[in-house]
Each structure stands twice: as structure tokens, then as C-alpha cells.
Write a protein that binds this ligand. Structure first.
Ligand SMILES: [Zn+2]
Length: 172
């Protein structure tokens, strides 16, 4: 995927410490989901399901790239980088990352994210919904390695699994 020039910078997230001296930087998962799924509903109505899916992947990719650049230490070797990613996803209460399979030579991985922020506990609907997360993971891996990746969510809470499972493949 080409990296487009979006009008986003990490500074747009603001100085949360200054702005919320009493409430701090936490909110509830329901509020996060309320924003995500109302936005999704509006986008689906305006642009259709597939286009919306692609836009969510794109937004996730942008987030993953910026997250990698601003939060993660990309100078670490792969195993330490993944351990760091695991720790920051846990610290930020995004989910519990586990690597199920890793082919380091070809940069192919299967990872799971349990208690995922986006979908854990949602009604089963037979299709995966963590499109944003697909992009997020792809963005992180592409910035870290400088290569291109395809990331596909193969299992999700909404397909009846108790975890989200992502297949990550280097494509160039
Ligand atoms: Zn999921």
C-alpha cells in the first residue's frame, strides 16, 4: 500500500495531562466503541460496506504507522520489538498479544489479540469486524521493517472465536 500524505500528526492528540488534570487519559470501552460503531454505521450508509471497510483499514494503517513512529522503539531487534509491542498493547489496555507462529526469515506471522478493545463481547455476526486493527498491525510492521505487508483477520469474536487472530504476510 502506498503511504498517502494525510493531514495527521501525533500533536493533534493534544496535551492530555494539561487538558484533563482530574479525569486523566482513561475512558470506558463502551464510549470508545460507541464512537467507532456509530462512525462505521454512518460511513456504511454513505459509502457502502466494502468502501467503509477499506477506509477503516486505511485509518488503522495510518494509526499503526504513527503509533510505531511515536511510541515504539524501532531500533530493537524483532523479538524485543514484539515484546515491546505486547507490553504497550497491554499498558494501553488495547488487548493481549500472542504470537502463535512466526517465520522470521519470510516475515510471516500468526498472532492473536485477546480481550481486544474493538470486538470482544460483540454479538456474533459471522464476519470479522477488526478492519481497523488489520491496518494498525500492517502499519506497525511496515514502519518497523520498511517492507510491505498484507494483514488479514482470520478469526474474530464476531465469527465465534474467543480471540482475534491475524495472518501477517510480507508481500514485498
Ligand atoms: Zn476481532
Amino acid at each position: 500500500m502506498e503511504e498517502k500524505d494525510y493531514n495527521f500528526s501525533w500533536e493533534q492528540l493534544g496535551d492530555i495531562e494539561e487538558g484533563r488534570p482530574n479525569l486523566g487519559n482513561k475512558t470506558s470501552v463502551a464510549v470508545y466503541r460507541l464512537m467507532q460503531y456509530t462512525m462505521r454505521a454512518v460511513l456504511e450508509k454513505e459509502y457502502g460496506d466494502e468502501q467503509t471497510r477499506l477506509m477503516l483499514v486505511q485509518a488503522g494503517r495510518l494509526a499503526g504507522r504513527e503509533f510505531c513512529r511515536n511510541v515504539l522503539d524501532t531500533s530493537l531487534p524483532l523479538n524485543k520489538f514484539i515484546a515491546q509491542l505486547h507490553d504497550s498493547l497491554l499498558d494501553l489496555e488495547i488487548g493481549v498479544l500472542k504470537v502463535e507462529k512466526s517465520d522470521v526469515e519470510n516475515l510471516n506471522f500468526i498472532v492473536t489479540v485477546s480481550e481486544d478493545l474493538d470486538c470482544s463481547g460483540l454479538p456474533i455476526k459471522g464476519v470479522t469486524v477488526c478492519d481497523y486493527d488489520e491496518g494498525f498491525i500492517e502499519g506497525i510492521f511496515s514502519v518497523y521493517t520498511g517492507k510491505k505487508f498484507d494483514v488479514k483477520e482470520v478469526d474474530c469474536w464476531t465469527t465465534g472465536e474467543r480471540t482475534c487472530r491475524f495472518a501477517i504476510h510480507q508481500i514485498s
